[in-house]
Design a protein. Structure first.
Length: 388
């Protein structure tokens, strides 16, 4: 394909909204716009990727630092929109909202269940204010969350330890779609917003995180504004209808499989079990395969196999010879981007490096007189001369 047919517009400067190096190079090289619109050159790469994706080991051929589980493949990127939990020791990887971790009861040694006691806790309608008022750690409190299941308007009361965060994805996977409970719905169960607990609750499904039965003597709401209960215990003071993993994993938690420390990464999703995200794969390629001159795509993933250019001569028609080479290469099945513009050599060399095709062929008068053309692999330091 000829350069001008693709309407390629390269840029000498990085965009002002450059989020990452790879994105900046894609914009400068004319693969996409600052607004993330894929341009014809980018569509050319995506088409090649789509053709390659019939190969079961497709992603492994791209030389990308990917991480994956049996359902999804991710590319670590600081600006990526998907948070994942990863164990570098055993390669456990999962979306943050679904990830499991090894939960450690507090205290680690079983303590005796103490009698329940109602205490005054004015202006303590958050876990932080409650823990500060009673001078206890947050992991000795029980956090209450209240929802209504949309399918049947059933009130759903959730208990997690105060130092943990509910995963709404895990909740929905357990009971179905939910919405936040309305004030009148909360009141109908006997709960009090900000001071709620499952003790004495009515007309509710009670879900507890699987760590709650292993956490004795937690402080929970008294279902009365301004009061809490000391030493509540699941199984003694209230019963759970469902016990399940309901909390979010965080970095530095223990891996559910090997016990080593987990990390948290931002990523792009490259593939699910049945679908590839080719635009994200293009971005991952650019992030991985670039240098200080531009993109440097692997052979199988460049928009074209060869970047062909000519340098106008004084005595010879280099354009005609380049056109002959262009047709010859295409006839052998080699894809070619033919830069037939009447531009200075320096401009063409810069654009060739920016665009990042694996091979550059330069047709110039000096070498043609010797029956040669210049060939340069994109990642090589030196040019070589080959017979044309």
């Amino acid at each position: 394909m000829k350069y001008r047919d693709l309407h390629i517009q390269t840029q000498r400067d990085f965009p002002s909204n450059m989020r990452t190096q790879g994105f900046g190079w894609l914009v400068r090289a004319g693969y996409m716009t600052c607004e993330n619109e894929i341009l014809p050159l980018g569509k050319q790469v995506i088409e090649r990727l789509q053709n390659l994706s019939d190969n079961p080991s497709f992603l492994s051929l791209l030389s990308l630092p990917i991480i994956s589980n049996e359902h999804e493949t991710f590319f670590p990127l600081s600006t990526g929109s998907i948070e994942v939990i990863h164990c570098s020791s055993c390669n456990y990887i999962e979306r943050k909202e679904l990830a499991q971790f090894k939960k450690i009861p507090f205290p680690q040694e079983q303590e005796e269940q103490l009698p329940i006691e109602k205490v005054s806790t004015p202006d303590c309608n958050t876990i932080e204010s409650l823990a500060n008022f009673l001078n206890i750690p947050k992991d000795k409190t029980a956090k209450a969350l209240m929802f209504t299941r949309t399918s049947d308007n059933q009130f759903v009361f959730i208990v997690v330890r105060g130092d943990m965060t509910l995963s709404e994805t895990k909740l929905k996977n357990t009971v179905g779609e939910v919405r936040l409970a309305m004030p009148e719905e909360i009141a109908n169960t006997g709960a009090a917003a900000g001071y709620a607990s499952p003790v004495g609750l009515r007309n509710a499904i009670i879900l507890v995180d699987d760590l709650i039965p292993q956490s004795p003597n937690l402080v929970a709401g008294a279902n009365e504004t301004g009061y809490h209960l000391l030493n509540t215990n699941c199984g003694r003071d209230y019963s759970a209808d469902i016990v399940a993993d309901l909390t979010l994993a965080n970095k530095n938690e223990a891996c559910i499989h090997c016990g080593n420390q987990l990390s948290e990464l931002n990523t792009l999703n490259l593939a699910t079990r049945s679908k590839f995200d080719f635009e994200n794969i293009l971005i991952a390629l650019a992030e991985t395969h670039h240098d200080d001159k531009g993109l440097a795509f692997p052979k199988s993933t460049g928009p074209f196999d060869v970047y062909l250019m000519h340098i106008p001569g004084k005595e010879m028609d280099t354009l005609a010879k380049a056109d002959e080479i262009y047709n010859s290469l295409q006839n052998t099945g080699i894809t070619v981007l033919f830069d037939d513009r009447d531009e200075r050599a320096g401009v063409k060399f810069n654009d060739a490096d920016l665009i990042g095709c694996p091979i550059r062929i330069t047709v110039g008068e000096k070498n043609l007189k010797e029956g040669m053309v210049e060939l340069k692999p994109r990642k090589a330091d030196k040019n070589i001369l080959v017979p044309h």
